[in-house]
Design a protein. Structure first.
Length: 78
């Protein structure tokens, strides 16, 4: 995926995580931020657990969404 693909995945992952964790999205820029942080966190977690996420759009979206959910959960602790 290129730069724009990563942005689209970040926005979608942040939106999905926002819907799951809070029941609503946070807006375009916050969804992008949460999704991008989530994709890094999700990639790290999946590598740590030796889970292979494929290099296609759906695999990257799942990885970013799981990471974004974990990120929002960690933020909710504070």
């Amino acid at each position: 995926m290129g730069f724009f693909g990563s942005i689209i995945i970040g926005i979608l992952a942040g939106f999905i995580a926002g819907k799951i964790m809070k029941g609503g999205g946070f807006g375009l820029l916050i969804n992008l931020f949460v999704g991008l942080i989530g994709s890094m966190l999700g990639g790290w977690l999946f590598r740590l657990l030796s889970i292979s996420s494929s290099d296609n759009f759906l695999g990257q979206l799942v990885t970013a969404t799981v990471g974004a959910i974990v990120f929002l959960w960690i933020l909710s602790l504070f």
